[in-house]
Write a protein that binds this ligand. Structure first.
Ligand SMILES: Nc1ncnc2c1ncn2[C@@H]1O[C@H](COP(=O)(O)OP(=O)(O)OP(=O)(O)O)[C@@H](O)[C@H]1O
Length: 210
Protein backbone atom coordinates (compact mmCIF):
# COMPACT_ATOMS: atom_id res chain seq x y z
CA UNK A 1 0.00 0.00 0.00
CA UNK A 2 1.41 3.41 -1.00
CA UNK A 3 -0.40 5.51 1.60
CA UNK A 4 -1.91 4.51 4.92
CA UNK A 5 -3.31 6.35 7.90
CA UNK A 6 -4.55 4.46 10.94
CA UNK A 7 -6.37 5.49 14.09
CA UNK A 8 -5.46 9.17 13.82
CA UNK A 9 -6.71 11.49 16.56
CA UNK A 10 -6.22 15.21 17.06
CA UNK A 11 -7.55 17.83 19.48
CA UNK A 12 -7.47 21.56 18.73
CA UNK A 13 -6.98 23.47 21.97
CA UNK A 14 -10.26 23.88 23.78
CA UNK A 15 -12.13 21.69 21.24
CA UNK A 16 -13.53 18.17 21.29
CA UNK A 17 -11.21 15.36 20.18
CA UNK A 18 -11.38 14.52 16.48
CA UNK A 19 -11.16 10.81 15.56
CA UNK A 20 -10.57 10.13 11.89
CA UNK A 21 -11.49 7.21 9.63
CA UNK A 22 -8.58 5.04 8.42
CA UNK A 23 -7.35 5.50 4.87
CA UNK A 24 -5.46 3.11 2.61
CA UNK A 25 -4.57 3.90 -0.99
CA UNK A 26 -2.45 2.29 -3.70
CA UNK A 27 -0.64 4.23 -6.41
CA UNK A 28 -3.10 5.86 -8.82
CA UNK A 29 -6.09 5.51 -6.47
CA UNK A 30 -8.34 8.45 -5.57
CA UNK A 31 -10.39 9.14 -2.47
CA UNK A 32 -12.82 11.84 -1.38
CA UNK A 33 -13.02 13.12 2.19
CA UNK A 34 -16.61 14.14 2.92
CA UNK A 35 -18.17 15.60 6.05
CA UNK A 36 -20.15 18.51 7.43
CA UNK A 37 -18.65 21.95 7.96
CA UNK A 38 -16.48 21.89 11.08
CA UNK A 39 -16.23 18.07 11.16
CA UNK A 40 -12.44 18.18 10.74
CA UNK A 41 -11.76 17.68 7.01
CA UNK A 42 -9.13 20.41 6.71
CA UNK A 43 -7.57 19.25 9.99
CA UNK A 44 -7.28 15.74 8.49
CA UNK A 45 -5.60 17.09 5.37
CA UNK A 46 -3.12 19.06 7.50
CA UNK A 47 -2.36 15.91 9.50
CA UNK A 48 -1.85 13.83 6.35
CA UNK A 49 0.46 16.53 4.97
CA UNK A 50 2.50 16.45 8.18
CA UNK A 51 1.61 20.09 8.87
CA UNK A 52 -0.04 19.04 12.14
CA UNK A 53 1.17 16.22 14.39
CA UNK A 54 -1.45 13.62 15.40
CA UNK A 55 -1.73 12.87 19.12
CA UNK A 56 -2.43 9.23 18.28
CA UNK A 57 -2.24 7.01 15.21
CA UNK A 58 0.13 6.46 12.34
CA UNK A 59 0.61 7.96 8.87
CA UNK A 60 2.77 6.15 6.34
CA UNK A 61 3.68 7.26 2.83
CA UNK A 62 5.87 5.08 0.61
CA UNK A 63 7.00 3.07 3.61
CA UNK A 64 7.99 6.16 5.63
CA UNK A 65 6.33 6.83 8.95
CA UNK A 66 5.84 10.63 9.18
CA UNK A 67 6.22 10.56 12.97
CA UNK A 68 9.75 9.15 12.60
CA UNK A 69 10.96 12.28 10.76
CA UNK A 70 12.25 15.39 12.53
CA UNK A 71 11.02 18.87 11.49
CA UNK A 72 13.63 19.41 8.79
CA UNK A 73 13.37 15.87 7.38
CA UNK A 74 9.60 16.23 7.29
CA UNK A 75 9.80 19.55 5.38
CA UNK A 76 12.10 17.97 2.81
CA UNK A 77 9.98 14.81 2.54
CA UNK A 78 6.84 16.93 2.09
CA UNK A 79 8.54 19.04 -0.60
CA UNK A 80 9.50 15.92 -2.53
CA UNK A 81 6.62 13.56 -1.98
CA UNK A 82 3.45 15.52 -1.12
CA UNK A 83 1.70 17.95 -3.48
CA UNK A 84 -0.90 20.23 -1.92
CA UNK A 85 -3.66 22.08 -3.79
CA UNK A 86 -5.50 24.67 -1.71
CA UNK A 87 -9.02 26.00 -2.16
CA UNK A 88 -7.64 29.30 -3.47
CA UNK A 89 -4.46 29.14 -5.50
CA UNK A 90 -1.51 30.50 -3.50
CA UNK A 91 0.79 31.59 -6.31
CA UNK A 92 3.74 33.96 -6.06
CA UNK A 93 2.45 37.18 -7.64
CA UNK A 94 5.87 38.54 -8.58
CA UNK A 95 6.64 35.49 -10.73
CA UNK A 96 5.22 34.24 -14.00
CA UNK A 97 3.55 30.83 -14.41
CA UNK A 98 6.69 28.91 -15.35
CA UNK A 99 8.73 30.51 -12.55
CA UNK A 100 6.08 29.50 -10.01
CA UNK A 101 6.57 25.89 -11.07
CA UNK A 102 10.36 26.21 -11.08
CA UNK A 103 10.16 27.31 -7.45
CA UNK A 104 8.54 23.96 -6.58
CA UNK A 105 11.44 22.13 -8.25
CA UNK A 106 13.94 24.33 -6.46
CA UNK A 107 12.51 23.83 -2.98
CA UNK A 108 12.03 20.09 -3.36
CA UNK A 109 15.62 19.56 -4.61
CA UNK A 110 14.13 17.03 -6.99
CA UNK A 111 14.07 16.96 -10.79
CA UNK A 112 10.37 16.26 -11.14
CA UNK A 113 8.28 16.65 -14.29
CA UNK A 114 9.14 18.63 -17.39
CA UNK A 115 7.41 21.98 -16.80
CA UNK A 116 6.60 22.82 -20.45
CA UNK A 117 5.08 19.35 -20.95
CA UNK A 118 3.05 19.60 -17.74
CA UNK A 119 1.69 23.04 -18.67
CA UNK A 120 0.70 21.63 -22.06
CA UNK A 121 -1.18 18.74 -20.44
CA UNK A 122 -3.04 21.16 -18.19
CA UNK A 123 -4.06 23.38 -21.12
CA UNK A 124 -1.68 26.16 -20.13
CA UNK A 125 0.94 25.90 -22.89
CA UNK A 126 0.49 29.51 -23.95
CA UNK A 127 0.64 30.85 -20.39
CA UNK A 128 4.19 29.93 -19.34
CA UNK A 129 5.41 33.52 -19.50
CA UNK A 130 2.19 35.14 -18.25
CA UNK A 131 2.05 36.96 -14.94
CA UNK A 132 -0.06 34.89 -12.55
CA UNK A 133 -2.04 38.08 -11.84
CA UNK A 134 -3.50 37.96 -15.36
CA UNK A 135 -4.94 34.43 -15.07
CA UNK A 136 -8.61 33.55 -14.78
CA UNK A 137 -9.66 31.66 -11.62
CA UNK A 138 -9.81 28.36 -13.49
CA UNK A 139 -6.38 28.93 -15.04
CA UNK A 140 -4.87 29.93 -11.68
CA UNK A 141 -6.27 26.76 -10.09
CA UNK A 142 -4.77 24.67 -12.89
CA UNK A 143 -1.41 26.38 -12.32
CA UNK A 144 -1.59 25.53 -8.63
CA UNK A 145 -2.32 21.92 -9.61
CA UNK A 146 0.63 21.99 -12.01
CA UNK A 147 2.79 23.28 -9.17
CA UNK A 148 1.62 20.50 -6.84
CA UNK A 149 2.40 17.93 -9.56
CA UNK A 150 5.69 19.43 -10.73
CA UNK A 151 7.77 17.40 -8.30
CA UNK A 152 5.95 14.10 -9.13
CA UNK A 153 4.84 13.61 -5.52
CA UNK A 154 3.59 10.25 -4.21
CA UNK A 155 0.61 11.86 -2.48
CA UNK A 156 -1.60 14.69 -3.78
CA UNK A 157 -3.85 16.45 -1.27
CA UNK A 158 -6.50 18.90 -2.46
CA UNK A 159 -8.74 20.99 -0.18
CA UNK A 160 -11.98 22.02 -1.92
CA UNK A 161 -10.15 22.59 -5.21
CA UNK A 162 -13.30 23.19 -7.24
CA UNK A 163 -15.45 25.26 -4.92
CA UNK A 164 -14.89 28.58 -6.67
CA UNK A 165 -15.02 27.20 -10.20
CA UNK A 166 -17.83 27.03 -12.76
CA UNK A 167 -19.03 23.62 -13.98
CA UNK A 168 -16.71 23.43 -16.96
CA UNK A 169 -13.59 24.33 -14.96
CA UNK A 170 -14.60 22.17 -12.00
CA UNK A 171 -14.87 19.13 -14.26
CA UNK A 172 -11.56 19.96 -15.94
CA UNK A 173 -9.81 20.26 -12.57
CA UNK A 174 -11.11 16.92 -11.21
CA UNK A 175 -10.27 15.07 -14.41
CA UNK A 176 -6.79 16.60 -14.44
CA UNK A 177 -6.14 15.65 -10.83
CA UNK A 178 -7.30 12.09 -11.49
CA UNK A 179 -5.42 11.52 -14.72
CA UNK A 180 -2.22 13.16 -13.46
CA UNK A 181 -2.29 11.18 -10.20
CA UNK A 182 -2.69 7.96 -12.22
CA UNK A 183 0.07 9.01 -14.62
CA UNK A 184 2.68 9.71 -11.95
CA UNK A 185 1.50 6.82 -9.74
CA UNK A 186 0.42 9.03 -6.85
CA UNK A 187 -2.41 8.57 -4.37
CA UNK A 188 -4.99 11.40 -4.58
CA UNK A 189 -7.11 12.67 -1.67
CA UNK A 190 -9.67 15.43 -2.23
CA UNK A 191 -11.65 17.17 0.52
CA UNK A 192 -14.92 18.32 -0.95
CA UNK A 193 -18.65 18.79 -0.59
CA UNK A 194 -18.95 19.44 -4.30
CA UNK A 195 -21.43 17.09 -6.01
CA UNK A 196 -19.61 17.63 -9.29
CA UNK A 197 -16.51 15.98 -7.81
CA UNK A 198 -18.47 13.06 -6.35
CA UNK A 199 -19.64 12.17 -9.85
CA UNK A 200 -16.03 11.39 -10.85
CA UNK A 201 -14.62 9.71 -7.73
CA UNK A 202 -16.83 7.06 -6.08
CA UNK A 203 -14.39 6.09 -3.29
CA UNK A 204 -14.92 8.13 -0.09
CA UNK A 205 -14.52 8.35 3.68
CA UNK A 206 -16.67 10.51 5.90
CA UNK A 207 -15.33 12.62 8.76
CA UNK A 208 -17.78 12.90 11.63
CA UNK A 209 -17.49 14.85 14.83
CA UNK A 210 -18.08 12.64 17.86
N1 LIG B 1 -6.41 26.32 14.91
C1 LIG B 1 -7.54 25.94 15.50
N2 LIG B 1 -7.75 26.16 16.83
C2 LIG B 1 -8.87 25.74 17.45
N3 LIG B 1 -9.86 25.10 16.81
C3 LIG B 1 -9.73 24.85 15.51
C4 LIG B 1 -8.56 25.26 14.76
N4 LIG B 1 -8.71 24.86 13.48
C5 LIG B 1 -9.91 24.23 13.41
N5 LIG B 1 -10.51 24.23 14.61
C6 LIG B 1 -11.83 23.61 14.93
O1 LIG B 1 -11.75 22.23 14.65
C7 LIG B 1 -12.93 21.76 14.02
C8 LIG B 1 -12.60 21.18 12.65
O2 LIG B 1 -12.17 22.22 11.78
P1 LIG B 1 -11.83 21.95 10.24
O3 LIG B 1 -11.41 23.25 9.63
O4 LIG B 1 -10.89 20.81 10.16
O5 LIG B 1 -13.25 21.50 9.68
P2 LIG B 1 -13.78 21.30 8.18
O6 LIG B 1 -14.52 20.02 8.16
O7 LIG B 1 -12.62 21.43 7.24
O8 LIG B 1 -14.76 22.53 8.03
P3 LIG B 1 -15.23 23.33 6.69
O9 LIG B 1 -15.96 22.33 5.83
O10 LIG B 1 -16.14 24.37 7.25
O11 LIG B 1 -13.98 23.88 6.07
C9 LIG B 1 -13.86 22.97 13.98
O12 LIG B 1 -14.71 22.89 15.09
C10 LIG B 1 -12.94 24.15 14.05
O13 LIG B 1 -13.58 25.25 14.65
Amino acid sequence: MLFESQKIEYTHSGQAKLIFPDIGLDAGESLLVLGKSGSGKTTLLNLLAGLLKPEAGEIKLAGKNLAALNGQELDLFRGKEIGIVFQKPHLLAALNVKENLQMAHFFSRKKGQNIEELLGELGLAGKAKSSVLTLSEGEAQRVSIARALATSPKLILADEPTSSLDDENAEKVVKLLKTQAAKIGAALIIVTHDQRVKAHIPNFVEVKSV
